[in-house]
Ligand binder design. Structure first.
Ligand code: FAD
Ligand code: NAP
Length: 339
């Protein structure tokens, strides 16, 4: 069945910043055939297409003069379960966190540190979603995408996705691939990653000695609920800037002036700075200009108190970037996708 197109649709319910811009056309697609038909129709009518999932990594700065194609496909399945290794597959439109919870309920380990990330399975490879020391590249077993230029299906291996820190081949080539379904290699045996942030401490506080994957997920959910604003209550797109990876010399220069600088060693003598720390030191924590602001608990998160426009939030982000460059000599890169 062909998915219906609507005209002049408000995207406010479809982006977690809650920005009220309009899509010239809007449709929801539930399977491969509907995806193909919508893309073919847009091509015939010479209309651009913007693909969205949960809208939790978008900053919409204007009305979208295009077809907004909302991926709403559902389905998750076990493809194989041998010698303790399980391959599971989920359709692109599956909401991410319920998929993680489903995998844990099956007794499959591997996704627990990625609990409570908003959005969909299909968007997760776009920026190689990561949290608490795990990225999807660590459990990735392949994906199937549609080439929007040729209409052909293609399977991608781990190497072909070229995953990096909040980055992938898909993010670097926007508009080329529509991800249809993703596969993950999970395990019946837990390999716990507890050394990141306060995870181990939270489990200890809860009296958990030998945590299960579900206990780790629960601990991470409780930490996240305390620190991060819930988009249902306060519009946001999570971390607004990537944590910058910089040279050891630059860290040394910053440390000379700010001995408390937070830096994590990386490969090739580089270091990752906590962008939230830089923004807080520069005095932006809790800053508010109209309805656009920097969150009062987590400086890495920009928030919409109600009626902020995407342009206002973008303007605030640019002011923060300019200030961090001036004060620390560090360039902050935006994480959400700007339209
Ligand atoms: P959308 O915002 O809808 O789209 C993001 C990009 O992907 C767009 O460019 C879109 O065109 C493209 N896209 C969407 N679906 C497809 C598809 N099927 N095929 C091709 N392209 C597609 N991110 C992290 O990495 N780690 C975190 O811990 C984390 N925590 C967050 C916490 C909060 C409170 C919020 C609001 C966001 C957080 N994020 C985090 C960011 C965001 O949730 C993730 O990047 C998520 O994967 C985005 O999914 P989405 O479906 O909402 O994508
Ligand atoms: P946090 O624990 O306060 O730590 C601050 C930053 O330091 C994090 O961003 C993290 O970088 C880095 N860090 C902490 N411990 C580290 C270690 N042992 N080794 C290397 N780097 C370390 O961070 P938070 O803001 O509360 O977020 C917790 C986790 O959830 C982080 O992994 C974060 O990326 C993720 N998260 C992401 C988003 C998003 O929208 N992208 C939103 C909320 C939370 P990394 O970011 O590189 O992990």
């Amino acid at each position: 069945m062909t998915a219906q197109w609507q005209e002049q649709v408000s995207l406010k319910p479809f982006n977690t910043f809650g920005i009220d811009v309009k899509a010239r056309y809007f449709t929801q697609v539930h399977n491969d055939d509907e995806v193909r038909e919508a893309l073919a129709q847009a091509r015939r009518l010479q209309i651009d297409v913007l693909v969205i999932g949960g809208g939790s990594n978008l900053l919409l700065t204007r009305d979208i003069d295009a077809l907004v194609l909302h991926v709403a496909s559902r389905g998750r399945r076990v493809l194989s379960d041998e010698a303790g290794r399980v391959i599971v597959e989920a359709e692109a439109g599956e909401p991410w966190h319920p998929f993680v919870q489903w995998s844990l309920q099956q007794g499959f380990c591997g996704l627990e540190n990625l609990s409570l990330i908003p959005g969909t399975v299909g968007a997760a490879p776009m920026q190689n979603v990561g949290a608490y020391g795990v990225e999807i590249k660590d459990v990735f077993a392949g994906l199937t995408a549609l080439d929007r230029q040729t209409g052909e299906l293609r399977d991608f291996s781990l190497d072909e996705c070229a995953f990096g820190y909040r980055d992938s081949a898909f993010k670097r080539n926007p508009g080329r691939w529509l991800i249809l379904r993703v596969r993950f290699a999970l395990s019946h045996a837990l390999q716990a990653h507890l050394d990141y942030g306060p995870v181990r401490q939270r489990l200890a506080e809860q009296g958990v000695q030998q945590p299960s994957a579900q206990a780790i997920s629960d601990a991470i959910c409780s930490i996240r609920r305390e620190k991060l604003p819930d988009p249902a209550e306060l519009g946001n797109a999570g971390s607004f800037f990537k944590n910058p990876v910089v040279s050891a010399e630059l860290v040394a220069r910053i440390r000379a002036q700010y001995p408390g600088v937070v830096a994590y060693p990386q490969a090739h003598g580089l270091a990752k700075l906590a962008a939230g720390w830089l923004i807080e030191q520069a005095g932006w924590k809790g800053y508010r200009d109209g309805d656009a602001g920097v969150h009062r608990l987590q400086s890495l998160v920009l928030v919409n108190y109600g009626q902020a426009s995407g342009a206002q939030l973008h303007g605030l982000a640019q002011r923060v970037q300019a200030d961090i460059l001036e004060k620390f000599g560090v360039e902050l890169e935006m994480e959400p996708n700007l339209y």
